[in-house]
Write a protein that binds this ligand. Structure first.
Ligand SMILES: Cc1cc2nc3c(=O)[nH]c(=O)nc-3n(C[C@H](O)[C@H](O)[C@H](O)COP(=O)(O)O)c2cc1C
Length: 159
């Protein structure tokens, strides 16, 4: 299993680490070359512009051998209603045919919005399982929810 995630302020990373501990999968951080910020308003402006342009920001690293993984967790924050554009870059730069994608999302007051539907609309030819969405103020107390979700999906490592 692979747990690929994008996180600017650390919330999605916390969930990714919970998943890593509970499944034993490998972690991969989706890191764009260009930085967002330094402050929130600048990041929102950058995100809006990238969404308008349907940008596919260049990533620092990609996965060299995706065939090693059958199940790929893909985690991201809600950015202006959809996934951050670097997550689109990641999804489009790898071959997900015959794989299972398990999305997870952190968000503010607007919830996961279109994130999951936009992921499902990409022509990835993968099976997409039920997503977990966590409000940003709840990420530190989300272990129980993460565990229950993984157990339902059948990915919880026996401990
Ligand atoms: C550029 C940007 C855009 C955002 N847009 C939204 C949004 O449209 N709706 C929402 O509920 N939260 C929005 N947020 C809040 C994030 O989804 C939330 O804080 C998330 O947990 C951040 O995850 P991270 O710490 O892994 O980066 C936005 C945050 C940023 C930085």
């Amino acid at each position: 299993m692979l747990i690929a995630y994008f996180s600017l302020s650390g919330n999605t990373r916390l969930i990714a680490r919970d998943i890593q501990r509970m499944t034993g999968g490998e972690l991969f951080e989706i890191r764009p070359v260009r930085r967002y910020g330094p402050d929130f308003d600048t990041a929102v402006e950058q995100a809006r512009q990238e969404l308008r342009e349907q940008a596919r920001p260049k990533l620092k690293e990609t996965i060299s051998d995706m065939s090693r993984y059958d199940v790929v967790f893909v985690g991201f924050p809600n950015w202006v209603g959809t996934m951050p554009m670097p997550v689109f870059s990641f999804l489009e730069q790898h071959d997900f045919r015959e794989k299972t994608i398990v999305p997870f999302c952190t968000h503010g007051t607007s919830g996961p919005a279109n994130t999951i539907n936009d992921l499902k609309a990409l022509p990835l030819h993968a099976t997409v399982r039920d997503a977990l969405s966590v409000y940003r103020n709840d990420v530190r107390d989300a272990e129980g929810r993460v565990r229950a979700w993984l157990k339902d999906l059948g990915y919880l490592k026996e401990d």
